[in-house]
Design a protein around this ligand. Structure first.
Ligand code: GCW
Length: 731
């Protein structure tokens, strides 16, 4: 009976709708950018089908099997019919994939010169003839390269690019492309807004749900080749045998996808689980770490290494024993070196007891140690000298340590950028830093060239992103947050890609290849980061977030550890606003190379978007525009709000072109973002006004509530899914 009714309604629907296209089916976001939906352009689908009829991919390694499975699934989805696996090239339309070692056909092709250029992880894609038949070749030197090539081919089809004349090669510019998971052993995630930790320690090593594999696939598809499984605020128990068995099980799932596991090493582990001291120069401590490294490599032969946060924000470290960071890092490096592992030592150190400007402390600590680290140590440096703010100048360590490989650490999870609610595409921020010129060796000494090793000839290179993934069905806490995971991987692979190109790729794979979707969504993504800067911390302001959870505005925060307060950074007073970092102030400008030092130090040449980072500016002082600081502040906050409202309207225009599920999810988050942009601006302007005593001129919206209202707010109640109902409900 029920079946009949259903049949009837389907039949009726067909009659009524005729040939009208069916609305896109609702999506929950689980498939990320690996959706492999049928190519909708008929001509293109014909072209692809003619070029791709069957797959010749011999070989039995786990990685080749992974590549084969991904190609089979992806091509079947995109072309709408199965692409069978065959033994040889018998007719037109072969996809020939492998290494010279795994595939005699690949070995026979005249591509040795191209292969020589792409290294261990690179690939070569070619449209060519094999034995007289048309073929698409996916060739590499190693199995991992075949996997990356397979994903590159699938990306090409998913983004609707032609196959005719295909001649593409790819190779990563950076060797270690890592996700840092700030995941605790109780499955909470520090600064995580996407559910619980993916790693279900209780059910490991026995249970290995498909989600582990899908995580690895997603990473591999964008070139990520390592995962630091545990929080930098570390727990020594991860280094005990029962946990290592669990880590080994995860490593086994990730290995075929080219991903190595790393762990955070708590510096005091020899005390906590070894009953010793943790002094790096103590022989027993050195033996303990060597023994621990041997034990790890017995169960995880390709273990990547340790990531360490030491003597920072209460974490233990070598300075507890009056030893240096180099002593600490070298201790662990010596233990790992026989096995080929690395130590990634974080440069995020600052002390509340040191009377210098917090943003100067990493350089003060580490520059004198340049050259003192073992060859298997990398120093991991956040993009800016403060802490993942919406905008900071690049970290002055970049360029200042020619003898120590520096990695960049970016934050994918948006701790200071609206967490899981706000739509903020981070690639524009990251490329701003990667393309920034340090002038370390004159013009052209970009941050990108520091970290890819080409500027100083580093023997090792790396880039890490603090992950934004968790157990939420959509992985990242929102549909658009996925774009930041995608963008991180693509930039770690090739930091010269543009934010616009990456957005275009992501939109086409995740949402649609329809130009009527791509153009507006790309425009939203492009504008989103500057919008957040404008409504949160315009003109070079930083760290004005509410205390602790960092959600929402708190420019008045003044209690507690001084370098965690807002007033430490904004320096608002009756004269003006901003942190004087010129020679008259903290002199942080001195840590930059010329001509930047002078450029930042002078009010005439400092860029407006870093003005209040480097200068204390009077409320009525005129900026380059001729407007006063007060006017410019009001304008920037308003631009931020207006941009979010424009994003809302733009998205509303896509109701027919995006599946209803995602359309409504994004629409709802944009509504919250618009209300919160207003919250940011109202609260901030009212607070500044208590110093400037200047009016909000007619023409600007007046604040919705008095300052006391904003100061009294105590949201969010749930920091993992932050919301502020009092703000959302405001009309
Ligand atoms: O951004 C700050 C965060 C801390 C974090 C720290 C760090 C893991 O607020 O939660 O701790 O940086 O990077 O070590």
């Amino acid at each position: 009976m029920r079946l009949q009714a259903r049949w009837l309604s389907v039949a009726l629907g067909c009659v009524l709708l005729g040939s009208a296209p069916s609305p896109p089916r609702p999506e929950d976001g689980y498939e990320l950018w690996l959706r492999y939906r049928p190519v909708s352009d008929a001509a293109l689908r014909r072209e692809y089908r003619a070029a791709i009829g069957y797959l010749v991919l011999p070989g039995d390694s786990p990685t080749l099997r992974a590549a084969r499975a991904e190609l089979a699934t992806g091509l079947r989805g995109l072309l709408g019919s199965a692409v069978p696996l065959e033994r040889g090239v018998t007719r037109d339309g072969a996809v020939v994939a492998g290494t010279p070692a795994s595939s005699p056909l690949v070995a026979s092709l005249p591509i040795a010169a191209e292969l020589a250029r792409v290294g261990n992880e690179g690939y070569v894609l070619r449209a060519t003839r094999v034995g007289g038949k048309t073929a698409i070749v996916v060739a590499a030197n190693r199995d991992a390269g075949v996997l990356y090539g397979a994903f590159a081919l699938l990306r090409r089809l998913q983004t609707n690019r032609p196959l005719a004349g295909l001649a593409e090669s790819g190779a990563p510019r950076i060797e270690l492309r890592l996700l840092d998971h700030w995941d605790n052993l109780n499955r909470t995630v520090e600064r995580g807004y996407a559910g619980a930790s993916l790693w279900a320690w209780d059910s490991l090593p026995g249970q290995l749900p498909a989600r582990y594999r899908d995580y690895a696939r997603a990473d591999a598809s964008v070139g990520i080749n390592g995962a630091v499984l545990t929080n930098v605020n570390a727990d020594a128990r991860i280094l005990t045998a029962p946990y290592l068995a669990k880590v080994a099980a995860l490593a086994g799932v990730f290995r075929p996808w080219g991903i190595r596991v790393y762990l955070t090493a708590r510096f005091s582990a020899p005390m906590e689980i070894g009953g010793l001291t943790a002094d790096p120069l103590d022989a027993a401590v050195r033996d303990w770490w060597k023994g621990k490294a041997d034990e790890i490599y017995r169960v995880i032969p390709d273990f990547g290494g340790f990531l360490v946060k030491a003597n920072s924000e209460g974490q233990p470290g070598p300075q507890d024993y009056r030893r240096t960071h180099a002593d600490g890092a070298n201790l662990l490096a010596d233990a790992l070196a026989p096995h080929g592992g690395v130590v990634i030592w974080r440069a995020f150190v600052y002390s509340n007891d040191v009377p210098t400007d917090r943003v100067m402390q990493a350089n003060n600590e580490f520059v004198p140690l340049d050259g003192a680290f073992r060859p298997n140590v990398l120093l991991q440096v956040k993009n800016g000298p403060l802490d993942f703010q919406p905008r900071e100048p690049f970290h002055p360590l970049f360029g200042a340590m020619p003898h120590t490989p520096l990695m960049a650490e970016l934050q994918i999870t948006k701790e200071y950028l609206g967490q899981n609610t706000h739509l903020v595409y981070l690639a524009p921020m990251w490329t701003e830093v990667l393309n920034a010129d340090t002038y370390a060796h004159g013009p052209g000494s970009t941050v990108g060239r520091v970290i890819d090793g080409s500027l100083h000839g580093y023997p090792r290179t790396g880039m890490a992103g603090v992950a934004n993934v968790g157990t939420d069905r959509d992985w990242s806490g929102s549909d658009f947050n996925q774009a930041n995971w995608y963008a991180f991987g693509r930039l770690a692979w090739d930091h010269t890609l543009s934010a616009a190109q990456i957005a275009d790729e992501w939109i086409r794979q995740t949402l649609s290849n329809d130009a009527r979707v791509i153009a507006p969504v790309a425009a939203m993504m492009r504008a989103s980061r500057e919008a957040a800067v404008n409504y949160m911390t315009p003109l070079g302001l930083a760290h004005q977030m509410a205390v602790g959870h960092h959600y929402g505005p708190g420019p008045w925060v003044g209690r507690g550890r001084s370098d965690w307060t807002s007033i430490y950074y904004n320096r608002a007073d009756t004269i003006g606003l901003g942190f004087d970092r010129t020679r008259a102030g903290s002199n942080a400008v001195s840590q930059y190379f010329q001509p930047l030092r002078d450029r930042f130090a002078s009010r005439d040449s400092v860029p407006d978007d870093l003005l209040l980072w480097f200068h204390h500016v009077a409320w009525s002082e005129r900026l380059h525009s001729g407007r006063t600081l007060w006017d410019e502040l009001l304008r920037h906050y308003q631009m931020g709000i207006d941009t979010v409202r424009w994003m809302q309207r733009t998205w509303d225009g896509l109701a027919e072109r995006v599946d209803a599920a995602r359309f409504h999810r994004v629409q709802e988050l944009l509504r919250i973002q618009a209300a919160e942009a207003r919250w940011w601006r109202d609260a901030s302007v009212l607070y500044w006004q208590t110093f400037s005593h200047l009016p909000i001129p007619a023409g600007y919206e007046q604040p919705l509530h008095p300052l006391a209202f904003y100061r009294a707010l105590t949201c969010p109640s749930d920091v993992t899914k932050p919301r502020c109902p009092a703000i959302e409900e405001t009309p």
